[in-house]
Design a protein around this ligand. Structure first.
Ligand code: BGC
Length: 447
């Protein structure tokens, strides 16, 4: 296949975008979560004039979803904020449920498919104070919450039980970056166990209530490849780490109807730790996840605002490896970049979707592509400094502006095909066209 042909996706393939409740909602300060507490203790993350994540009032949520629909999106992923629905133990906020109901009904009224995430990192404050995912009664609390949700949303087909349990375990419980900042191996052991059980129980409950539902977990899957694939030790090391860190966890979290894959970036791992090279400008978050003994090297073409390299080739490798290991359908539940000026988003979307297309040609059942994110939002420790949205948001005025790259994504999503040449000419500058062509050729020639 040469790159001048149109790349056509199966008619049933769905395109969409995602948000998470805490990152876009505010609830007028009424919700009570561990992240609200955390932000109060770290007042420099959100600037006072940024007013906090107040933007997804019902009206604004509908406006943004309507924009997505007009771009041709078929899926809207969103999460429910537990600390908004149950701000105090056992006390249910009917207004919060009514809000989510209206938003989900609205999504359906636009003939889009809602996908609900039950937990996207954030916990109610009352649970956090007891130790969060490490508390012995967390399973009872979580299943009670899931049952409540199901009593209101039994018409939703796609569910994610937990968002990135592997990353949250690392950032919140094994290290100190996210709440509850436990940083303790023994706690981590319990947390992992409870997360696995929470998924299993939620899966069983959802299936019982909605037999046709499709349920999965969204995993944080950074792909770290050996820098020298011919070096057997490096090769083995990269595979073993991936297995220990991610695949083992995914295996334990069965059953699932699909693997939810959150892929953003990847690095080369090398074992040159005895001969350190000069600093490679790698961001803190990646360093934090740096693998024991190995060093990280940047592959790829461009870096995003977060410093994460753009490597669509690694997405293809990841998809192959996931399917080979789990033999389950795959939904890309997040893929995107921080890019305030929208310099590379068109390049990113185009090349990553070619990788997805190629995977499908190889017989890998990738069923959906969900871009992160619908709109700029509160990027956890970074506040509003990182811009992932197809819609750009001014966090002070609330003004929205559609990024140019959203039109490229729209041209692909609406017609379920990539007109490679045409899109490259229309959306990429000359240098990017050259680089995109190189990457695309590699992807289509199976790398
Ligand atoms: C998380 C999102 C986050 C995104 C970009 C994902 O790991 O699920 O909440 O905004 O990465 O950092």
């Amino acid at each position: 296949m040469d790159s001048t042909h149109d790349l056509i996706f199966p008619q049933k393939f769905l395109f969409g975008s995602a948000v998470a409740a805490f990152q876009v909602e505010g609830d007028g300060g009424k919700r009570k979560t561990d992240w609200d507490l955390f932000l109060n203790h770290h007042p420099t993350i959100v600037k006072p004039n940024e007013k906090g994540p107040e933007w997804w009032t019902q009206k604004n949520a509908e406006k943004d979803i309507q924009t997505m629909q007009s771009l041709g999106m078929q899926v809207q992923r969103l999460s429910l904020e537990w600390g908004r629905i149950e701000p105090e133990e056992g006390v249910i906020n009917d207004k919060a449920i009514a809000y989510y109901k209206e938003v989900i009904t609205y999504i359906k009224s636009l003939h889009m498919t809602p996908m609900i995430t039950l937990n996207h990192y954030v916990l109610p404050e009352w649970i956090a104070r007891k130790g969060g995912w490490a508390h012995k009664d967390i399973l009872q609390y979580f299943t009670r919450f899931v049952a409540l949700v199901l009593s209101h949303f039994s018409d939703v087909e796609y569910w994610i039980t937990l968002n990135e349990p592997n990353f949250l375990l690392d950032a919140g419980y094994l290290t100190h970056s996210y709440p509850p900042q436990t940083g303790n191996l023994i706690t981590g052991f319990y947390v992992r166990h409870y997360m696995i059980e929470a998924h299993k129980r939620a899966y069983a409950l959802i299936k019982k209530n909605i037999p046709t539902s499709q349920i999965g977990i969204a995993f944080a899957l950074r792909w770290d490849a050996p820098e020298n694939p011919k070096d057997p030790l490096e090769n083995f090391y990269a595979k073993a780490l991936n297995y220990i860190e991610n695949y083992n966890f995914i295996k334990a979290m069965q059953p699932a109807d699909f693997i939810g894959c959150n892929y953003y970036t990847g690095y080369y791992l090398n074992l040159n730790f005895l001969k350190p090279r000069p600093s490679k400008n790698i961001d803190n978050r990646s360093i934090q996840q740096t693998k024991m003994f190995a060093e990280l090297e940047k592959p790829g073409t461009y870096d995003t605002d977060f410093g994460w390299p753009i490597v669509p080739e690694f997405l293809l490798q990841l998809l192959r490896s996931l399917y080979k290991t789990f033999k389950l359908p795959i939904l890309i539940t997040e893929n995107g970049l921080a890019d305030k000026e929208d310099k590379y988003r068109s390049f990113y979307i185009l090349t990553h979707l070619v990788a997805v297309w190629q995977a499908i040609q190889e017989g890998i059942p990738v069923k959906q592509y969900i871009h992160w994110s619908t709109i700029d939002n509160l990027e956890w420790l970074e506040g509003y400094r990182m811009h992932f949205g197809l819609i750009k948001l001014n966090p002070v005025t609330g003004e929205r502006k559609l990024q140019q790259s959203a039109h490229l994504y729209s041209a692909i999503a609406k017609y379920k095909k990539i007109e490679v040449e045409k899109l490259m000419k229309e959306y990429l500058d000359e240098e990017q066209q050259k680089k995109a062509l190189e990457v695309i050729k590699k992807l289509l020639m199976k790398i």
